[in-house]
Design a protein around this ligand. Structure first.
Ligand SMILES: Nc1ncnc2c1ncn2[C@@H]1O[C@H](COP(=O)(O)OP(=O)(O)OP(=O)(O)O)[C@@H](O)[C@H]1O
Ligand SMILES: Cc1ncc(COP(=O)(O)O)c(N)n1
Length: 265
């Protein structure tokens, strides 16, 4: 069985973070493992607390997993401090981990800040150049490129700039557009659009975590980058279209929609 490791924060309401990653990887047919960077006290309306693990304890988790079951792919999500980012970068180099997907998580849908200002510099310097693909949303791509993004042309020039500058493939997500949900992959072959129908669903808690974990699961199974992104885009569209409605804020998606489809056959 193919295996994937998520290095991310725990979301107590189960919609984003480690919980979304494990659900996504499992439903996409790979064995999921985790190394937790922080606990969050969180629900669909907001984050009320964050408790980071120490860099030493993150390293212990990573060594324990990797020396036993070396993952076929790695997804990295919320990492709030520079010291934790440094441990992850060192571990990727030490074990020469492959298929590294970095979701550049900065701010939760509910508005809470999930990375310190100082850590963004370390993320850019140490982690992005080790990634096979990074998955910023539009506001994150603005931070990484220092450019404003107001159109699909702006998305293309920002993705090209980020790819050249950090030497990694970039999937610039278009979920923050108004009428469309078109994502753009900049890789060594050029630019590829993954067009998505915009689904009228306000419950988008964890979409970024889910998309990046589905890409990691697909890469673990040996798919090419473009096929991995296409499969992940289909998965997220299905999970959003299942229209789960839980909680008082921006609720989570339904990962069980695939299982529901099978059980209805
Ligand atoms: N309303 C929607 N309809 C269809 N697809 C969507 C919608 N909202 C987001 N997506 C898709 O979900 C994925 C995540 O995109 P988005 O830009 O929302 O990332 P994000 O902001 O990092 O997510 P998060 O909500 O986890 O912070 C992308 O593939 C995007 O196109
Ligand atoms: C632990 C954790 N990781 C990531 C996110 C981002 O997800 P979203 O932007 O959908 O809230 C989150 N809210 N919590």
């Amino acid at each position: 069985m193919h295996t994937a490791l998520t290095i991310a924060g725990s979301d107590s309401c189960g919609g984003a973070g480690i919980q979304a990653d494990i659900k996504t990887m499992t439903v996409n047919g790979v064995y999921a493992m985790s190394a937790i960077t922080a606990l969050t006290a969180q629900n669909t309306t907001g984050v009320t607390g964050i408790m980071e693990v120490t860099p030493e304890f993150l390293k212990k988790q990573l060594d324990a997993v990797i020396t036993d079951i070396c993952p076929d792919a790695v997804k990295i999500g919320m990492v709030s401090s520079g010291e934790l980012i440094h441990v992850i970068a060192e571990t990727i180099r030490q074990y020469q981990l492959k298929n590294v997907v970095v979701d550049t998580v900065m701010v939760a849908t509910s508005g809470a800040r999930l990375i310190s200002e100082e850590a963004i510099g370390i993320l850019k310097q140490e982690l992005l150049p080790l990634a096979d693909v990074i998955t910023p949303n539009i506001p994150e791509a603005e931070v990484l490129s220092g450019r404003k993004i107001n159109s699909e042309e702006d998305m293309m020039s920002a993705a090209e700039w980020i790819q050249k500058h950090y030497q990694c493939n970039v999937l610039l997500k278009g979920g923050h557009q108004v009428n469309t949900a078109n994502d753009l992959l900049a890789d060594a072959d050029g630019m590829h659009w993954f067009k998505g129908r915009r689904i009228d669903n306000p419950n988008t808690h964890g979409t970024g975590c889910t998309l990046s974990s589905a890409i990691a699961a697909n890469l673990a199974k040996g798919m090419t980058m473009q096929a991995a992104v296409e499969g992940a885009k289909d998965y997220i569209s299905g999970a959003l279209a299942a229209m789960l409605d839980l909680g008082k804020g921006s609720g989570p998606m339904n990962h069980a929609y695939v299982i529901d489809e099978i059980s209805q056959k």
